[in-house]
Design a binder for this molecule. Structure first.
Ligand SMILES: [Zn+2]
Length: 88
């Protein structure tokens, strides 16, 4: 399974929502970044592009990068867990 397909098909909003509360926006969802001490909703998620970005610590990426960072997984482990979860 190619990483490119996972990056576009694994639902990033759903993955992130398991770890933090996201507030609905018009085009982006916002929340407190799980990767640094944040109380100002620096963490943005774009459901349309399936990417996240934190304007506080600069962390960004797609489903693979998020799972790697939040679950301390290697690239291959993150890909495997996303394939298992989403069957993409
Ligand atoms: Zn951050």
């Amino acid at each position: 399974m190619s990483p490119e397909i996972i990056q576009t098909r694994a639902d990033l909003t759903k993955i992130i929502s398991k770890h933090l509360k996201l507030e609905e926006g018009r085009r982006i969802l916002k929340g407190n970044c799980p990767f640094h001490a944040d109380s100002t909703d620096s963490f943005m998620v774009s459901p349309a592009k399936n990417i996240f970005k934190c304007f506080g610590c600069g962390k960004e990426g797609g489903p693979i990068e998020f799972v790697m960072a939040i679950e301390s997984k290697s690239y291959d482990e993150a890909v495997t867990s996303l394939v298992l979860e989403f069957g993409v």
